[in-house]
Design a protein around this ligand. Sequence first.
Ligand SMILES: [Zn+2]
Length: 415
Amino acid sequence: MRNPLILRGGLVLRFGAAAPERLDIRIGRDGRIAEIGPSLSEGDAETLAVDGQLVLPGLVDMHQHLDKSRTRPLLDNPSGTLAGAAAAYRELAPSITKEQMIDRARRTVEACSAYGTVAIRSHTNIDPQTGVRGVEAMVALREQCASRMRIQIVGHITSGATSMLPESEAWLRQAVDLGIDAIGGVPAFSSEPIALLKLLFDTAQRSGLPLDMHIDEHLDAGRAMFSEIAKMTRAYGMSGRVVAGHSSALSAMPPDEAQRTIDELREAGVGIVTLPAANLFLQGRDADRLPPRGLTRVRELLAAGIPVAAASDNIQDPFVPTGTGDLLEIARWTLLAGQFGLSDLRQMFEMVSTVPAQMIGLGADWGIREGARADLLIARAETIDDLVASGAPERMVMIEGKVVFATTVRQHQDS
Ligand SMILES: [Zn+2]
């Protein structure tokens, strides 16, 4: 229990508001937002002056791979392709201990936390080399990091496991028993993609967990699975509980076919996550000129009213060798690679905050509203557009009303 705290004088982005307003926030002893309003009275609270700074809800990174994070120095991916990355990790995976995995993942969690991320959904390998070892490690990590990050774990059927359906069913049962938060996998890797998709939907239905899958991270429109996913989402009654990550093949379809597919996804209630870092790095390597961006049709999906989040995907591993954990950087890349416009910076911010918060089910616990956890990003920037464009070198991050990271920027004068 801590003393109540008043954040005074900030430009506060209330949940659902179009623009920040100058308001105070009272944070209770329980680390939750007790009151929001102009000029709140002091009472028994301590005061933290945040005059003129933006006070925003903490960011949400809904698609990462913490189990693989920071393995870059241990392997290589000479082809630079998705297949090359998967093969490189497959070779390394058996030698990685849970402790090593947790140590590397914790460094990434700390980096993300320092940039204002307050929740991460981590797709965690279930494969023939390691079974559910990664899930066990991430369950331990989720516990260890609980005071600074809300971690969700996706049981991610990948690599050779995608074609081993009876074994994968058993691994998923174990993963559900270990306490995963969502079911996922890569149907495009499978020798029986539809059968794997059905297994994932069956498991989701049986366990009551949502689905968050890697869908069509390739540029071959001929083997796209979107229609099947829309059909199963309706058949299983899972509208609003199915997420398709990547969905790159949508950009390989002719416009009229893509529009029909987008309409199917909207009607079924499927959400999309775009992962610009991975797609810019991995896709289109076989083009001998004008390589494609590899991103899905982000603008068309948003125009159709489909929820689209943006996320980091891999951080410093064979799938993406770079990565800072800064979601504002991902927002910028989404704007650039998705060819958005000058007035779209605010929408990019929503794609790393409100949209993923809703998609991973943080509900009324998240956002600047009474009763929510005081998980906040307080940043020196004049507007949200400026923040997305420039980033936040000067910022403070709070979890349940407690500062977990702060940085200041000081100009040094010649004397
Ligand atoms: Zn991924």
